[in-house]
Design a protein around this ligand. Structure first.
Ligand SMILES: [Zn+2]
Length: 237
């Protein structure tokens, strides 16, 4: 049986001498795995379809629960992410988030559109970190780890100085309500996250502060290590 799916390649691992098993996030069926044959040979026609970020229309041969790539037509390669290291780590963080937080074979066309949109904005826009931050704030909400950014978690008043962040609740506290759980953060970090959640523009350097907090939040609350995100932060790009 043949099956046609539109998908973005998240990554792949070697299989045998010349094959790879790809992890593909598809519009129609969520995350799926598929074998692609002969792709490690220099002359392989479908080499492009085994690269991370490749968005293509795939035709699979399906046998039982196994898929093999028959053909693929490239729709978008997000080429600029290969030429700019900041864009690369931002886009790689989007893929890593999908790999770590979305379940296999669960269709989520809304998230697919969001991922596609984030990759486009990171590749072709001028604010890759801000676009990544916007993606992560929204995507965290979708997977049950929403950040609460509408004022103090306890008294709901605006926070103007000295916010404290408690990763257990994903919320921020004002100085008066802080009860000793969580840690003090830079007010600029809180304001950057809040502005992006309200779809406002921020500076790329302020986006870095927001990304740093999200990395801290994910590693403590969800206990996942975000390799590409940490590389982006570590390199002070
Ligand atoms: Zn308060």
């Amino acid at each position: 049986m043949e099956e046609k799916l539109n998908g973005i390649v998240l990554g792949g691992v070697s299989y045998g001498d010349n094959d790879k098993i790809l992890n593909i996030f598809t519009l129609e069926k969520g995350k799926v795995s598929a074998r692609i044959k002969g792709v490690k040979k220099a002359s392989a026609k479908l080499k492009f379809a085994a690269e991370p970020f490749c968005f293509a229309e795939f035709v699979f041969l399906v046998s039982g629960d196994k898929r093999t790539v028959k053909t693929a037509s490239l729709i978008e390669s997000f080429y600029p992410v290969r030429e700019d290291i900041v864009k690369f780590f931002c886009a790689a963080t989007v893929l890593e988030f999908v790999k770590k937080f979305f379940r296999e074979n669960i269709t989520d066309s809304e998230m697919f559109v969001l991922v596609l949109d984030a990759l486009k904005k990171i590749a072709y826009g001028n604010s890759p970190k801000k676009e990544l931050l916007a993606f992560l704030i929204f995507a965290l909400k979708e997977v049950g780890y929403a950040l609460k950014l509408d004022g103090c978690f306890a008294c709901e008043k605006d926070i103007e100085v000295k916010p404290y962040f408690d990763y257990n609740v994903g919320g921020f506290f004002c100085e008066n309500c802080f009860m000793g759980v969580g840690r003090e953060i830079n007010i600029k970090t809180y304001l950057a996250l809040k502005a992006v959640s309200e779809e406002k523009d921020i500076l790329e350097e302020d986006a870095t502060l927001g990304l740093r907090l999200i990395d801290y939040y994910i590693s403590n609350k969800a206990e996942e290590k975000m390799v590409a995100l940490e590389e982006l932060i570590r390199q002070k790009l």
